[in-house]
Ligand binder design. Sequence first.
Ligand code: ADP
Ligand code: MG
Length: 251
Amino acid sequence: MIATIDNIKGMLNTLKISHSASALEKILELSNEKGLSYEKFLENLLEHEIKSRSEKKIEQRLKQALFPEYKTIDEFDLAEQQSLSRRQLNQLLEFTWIEQGFNLIMLGPPGVGKTHLAIGLGIHAIHSGYKVIFTTMNDLIYYLKTQEILRSAQTRLKRITEADLVIIDDLMFMAMEKHEANLFFQLINKLYGQTSIIITSNKGPEDWGELLGDPAITTAILDRIVHKCEVINLCGDSYRLKYRTSIFGKN
Ligand code: ADP
Ligand code: MG
């Protein structure tokens, strides 16, 4: 009997049905205990394989997304953020906007939850089957500038162009050189129509021109981003400041 089980495990592994291979004994034992039929046993085994594969895929995609922190939507307190209603958030979580190729621009001063919300949506999107990648604008420009010489930058950019959703955090934190703005335009052009983008920024699109340097490039970038786009204005006091830990007591 042990030889047979080992043999089955070996064959499952050869066929790359590895989750079933490692769970075979346990599922067999359970089936025996419950006196399940062959059909029920096989069904349980296959269900286990499918569930494990999908869990592994999600785990992998969460890793590849390169979120700087794990911030979920559940941890996002909507009562603190009056500018987004529960209904709007639920609509965002349905991800029809990704299907339809919409972009999101999240605006607001520092500390109001732009990055948190973007990451939370990204995590949800992965659980809904989408490929997501997070990058800061700074890193993105670095990848674009070094793609000719660095394999790692090339890989990163490939992941970005293959994603369903790209989160670009803190757009325009620094002024760009024309060459950089051009590279950024080329990337946006590549993503246009196939990938949704979430951009967070503390400056509205009306100010992007001066930061991108070149008016023609700015217009071209804006055209593509704003064509199908929802702007979410997050306002209110900085959550960081409001809930900061203090060295003084509360009274
Ligand atoms: P921003 O990107 O707008 O500067 P962050 O998303 O980095 O702000 O938020 C700053 C900190 O405050 C983070 O730790 C974040 O988790 C928290 N935070 C902001 N808004 C909320 C909110 N509505 N509910 C829970 N935590 C929040
Ligand atoms: Mg931020």
